[in-house]
Design a protein around this ligand. Structure first.
Ligand code: ADP
Ligand code: ZN
Length: 747
């Protein structure tokens, strides 16, 4: 297998020519690239095989679209879904880029016409489905053209370790053979190392540059709450986002139907979507959502692949997802436009059990091996633990994917926002719970232990004499739901084990004993804020200035324009463009060009008509136009990403100091950031530059300890290493040592 990391020989932040940025401004109306896009585009412009790993919404498509236009000639893009291809081609045509797609839906005449256009040399991007590549005639036709770049979208589909394996993707090797000189670039949002290596192997990428961006989605607010009144909790989220697009995920068809009806009764525009509906019904639901004639889709997880609506403002999980990867992917559908969005996960023990049962059943039906079944069960368990662990959600997710999280608090999750309170006497409560588990001789499940602690006199309790135990009634002042939740929080922290799958039993472990002996401090939380106080954690800079009345008018206009051309509204303009328009309220076409996301062609197509609505509105409501709400330099950095831009400026301080070998503490003080953030900058630097030694940052002895632990428990994930070292080292240190080791191995 080809190894993944080869250190590049230059600084990838510089080699993009000025002319490229002019093109970006003229065509897309963007005047800057995001840092991860910069690295990817630099590599692509060099014609070096590249694997780009970026979370959903990170801006992958621009990475192959803009270089394709900049370099001229023909770029082939392989994309797994017709809907995705169509949206991309429509979007490109909207900005004046000659793009075309070939798939099974074209008639023979259309295919001929398309072939002619390609031959004429005027097409920059050709989108094809992987199925087409099995067709020899088609391959021969392609070979008649000069193809310099092949981009593979959703590249994880090539790997059977990925969540969307598609056998057709295996045909892609044929492309490689037909165009041995073309550079191949693969794009995915999948985080696991195994899938990454498999992509490189399966596609035959040639010493690729592997670029991994941060998995954090700073514009998402995560909330993870126990189910209390499920329907009402769902309604509450929909209420907070009334009029905006959202997805509610349910476990079963019945739930989909019930929740849809309920939301409709409460006056929401909602449709259901599940596998039991006919193909046509499903298509209608999906189209309604995409065209924004419906706000909320209530769906089983079957809904999502190919949903490219960029302005989804909320995702609710009315049940626990199958794995943390699934959760990341499903919540990833929110806020793809980079604007704030909210993800709420409502969990319950019952759901976890049902999910395990359903998953196991369907795996057995498919004759899956015991290994696979155990691994699926494990993943559900991990997900359930995530729900119950009162740690910053952004941090937990990022660390799950093996990255480090810079700041101590995200300001955008239930834990950091203080939706929940620390329970002050957590230690005593935990000891009572654990000692009750001990008293019932580690032979009973959660319900029974909770019953005993509450002092219940159920038949079960009395029959076994458990009403005579010293722990009977020890926590009788606590509500049942709260107590159950705390038991699960202890399990989530590894302070209690749940053993067995059918009727799981509570067992003590080493951690429980340290808590019982008073040597460890467990954490327990309870919900603090009421539903009404919960609000969107992050609002974009532009949104604060935007005139909501105008925004609504512009949205209606956008929908009309989209309908006329039979494209989804976000293809006309993204929400961020409308928000900026209604904040800035430009009075001339020239000024309208200042809005990020409006290039020349779109200005020509839509400028005047949007200007008219803006003028009319401003006259009617006597509001000012040409509001200078942003820096007058004309920089159009995406306003919703202040986190990114400020971190770039910090890097101007940290990177040179790192190169000089200053200590983490010195750098942290100079840049006024935490040393964790300094480490994350160092890790980024190591991706692009080889570092001679890390001895100044991690003592040699500690490095050896970490390596030994990694040898013992493997390098796939950081958590086992962290645990193996009894949580005595930081994740950042582990990550640093492993990255350095990898760099050493690659050179
Ligand atoms: P992905 O494919 O990685 O999920 P997309 O390519 O759909 O992400 O991009 C997400 C959003 O970000 C789109 O609305 C796109 O227009 C916007 N975007 C991408 N790059 C930039 C940029 N450099 N400046 C401003 N907006 C951008
Ligand atoms: Zn947080």
């Amino acid at each position: 297998m080809t190894t993944a990391i080869t250190p590049p020989t230059h600084d990838p932040t510089s080699p993009i020519p000025e002319r490229f940025f002019e093109l970006l401004q003229e065509t897309w109306g963007f005047d800057s690239l995001r840092p991860s896009q910069q690295a990817a585009i630099a590599s692509i412009l060099e014609s070096r095989d590249t694997l780009v790993i970026m979370p959903t919404g990170g801006g992958k498509s621009l990475c192959y679209q803009a270089p394709a236009v900049f370099r001229g000639g023909l770029t082939i893009v392989v994309s797994p879904l017709l809907a995705l291809m169509k949206d991309q081609v429509d979007s490109l045509i909207q900005v004046g880029v000659p793009a075309i797609r070939i798939d099974s839906t074209l008639s023979a005449a259309e295919k001929r016409e398309t072939a002619q256009q390609i031959r004429s040399g005027n097409v920059r991007l050709l989108f094809v489905s992987p199925e087409r590549l099995a067709n020899q005639d088609f391959i021969r036709f392609l070979e008649g053209n000069e193809v310099h770049t092949i981009a593979i979208d959703e590249a994880h589909c090539v790997s059977q370790w990925g969540h969307d394996f598609r056998p057709e993707y295996r045909q892609l090797r044929a492309l490689r053979k037909s165009f041995p000189k073309a550079a191949m670039h693969a794009f995915t949002a999948t985080a696991t190392e195994k899938v990454r290596l498999d992509i490189i192997d399966q596609l035959g990428l040639n010493s690729p540059r592997v670029l991994v961006s941060s998995f954090d989605r700073p514009n998402l607010t995560y909330r993870v709450l126990p189910q209390v009144d499920l329907q009402d909790q769902i309604r509450e989220v929909c209420e907070r986002h009334r009029g905006s697009g959202g997805i509610v995920y349910c476990l079963r068809r019945n739930d989909v139907e019930m929740v849809t009806e309920y939301l409709q009764r409460k006056g929401f525009s909602a449709v259901g979507y599940h596998a039991g509906m006919s193909h046509d019904e499903r298509k209608r639901a999906q189209d309604a959502f995409l065209s924004e004639s419906v706000d909320v889709v209530v769906a089983t997880v079957a809904f999502g692949m190919g949903i490219d609506r960029s302005n989804v403002r909320f995702v609710v999980h009315a049940s626990v997802p199958k794995s943390i990867e699934h959760y990341q992917q499903e919540t990833g559908r929110a806020g793809r436009d980079g604007l704030p969005a909210e993800c709420v996960l409502l969990h319950s023990v019952g759901d976890v059990m049902t999910l395990k049962k359903i998953t196991e059943g369907s795996l057995r039906e498919a004759n899956a091996s015991e290994d696979i079944i155990a691994s699926a069960r494990n993943q559900i368990e991990e997900m359930s633990r995530y729900c119950r662990t009162p740690l910053c959600r952004h941090r937990a997710l990022v660390e799950y994917f093996g990255q480090s999280y810079g700041s101590p608090s995200c300001g955008a999750c239930d834990v950091c926002l203080g939706d929940t309170d620390e329970v002050p006497d957590a230690k005593t409560i935990a000891q009572k719970i654990l000692s009750c588990v001990f008293r019932v001789q580690e032979r009973f499940g959660v319900n029974h232990v909770v019953d005993v602690l509450l002092g219940s006199k159920t038949q079960n309790v009395i029959q076994r004499g458990h009403d005579k135990l010293s722990t009977h009634g020890l926590l009788r002042d606590i509500s049942k739901a709260q107590l159950r939740d705390w038991v699960y929080q202890l399990i989530g922290q590894g302070a209690l084990e749940l053993d067995g799958s059918e009727y799981p039993i509570l067992k003590l472990n080493a951690v429980s004993r340290t808590i019982l002996f008073g040597d460890a401090e467990p954490r327990l939380i309870r919900t603090a804020t009421t539903a009404k106080e919960r609000k969107q954690a992050i609002t974009s800079e532009a949104a604060q200035f935007s005139d909501t009345g105008l925004f609504e008018k512009l949205r209606i206009l956008r929908r009309r324009m989209a309908q006329e051309q039979n494209v989804p509204p976000f293809v006309v303009f993204s929400d961020s463009v409308l928000i900026e328009m209604s904040a800035y309220r430009p009075s001339t076409l020239d000024r309208m060009l200042n809005v990020s996301g409006i290039g020349k062609v779109k200005l020509n197509s839509y400028g005047s008509i949007f200007l008219e609505t803006i003028r009319e509105h401003c006259q009617e409501s006597s509001v000012a136009m040409d509001v200078e709400w942003k820096k007058s330099t004309g920089t159009n950095a995406v306003p919703s990403r202040p986190v990114r831009s400020s971190s770039t400026s910090k890097k101007n301080v940290t990177i040179p100091m790192l190169r000089q070998g200053c200590t983490l503490a010195e750098i942290a003080a100079a840049a006024e950031i935490t040393s964790g953030t300094v480490v994350s900058h160092l890790l980024e630097l190591m991706q692009v530059e080889s570092i001679p030694s890390i001895d100044g940052w991690v003592p040699v002895e500690l490095q050896q300890k970490i390596i030994a632990a990694a040898d013992a428990v493997g390098r796939e994930k950081l958590k086992p290493i962290y645990e193996h070292l009894q949580q005595s080292v930081d994740y950042e240190q582990i990550r640093l040592v492993l990255s350095f080791e990898k760099q050493q191995l690659a050179t």
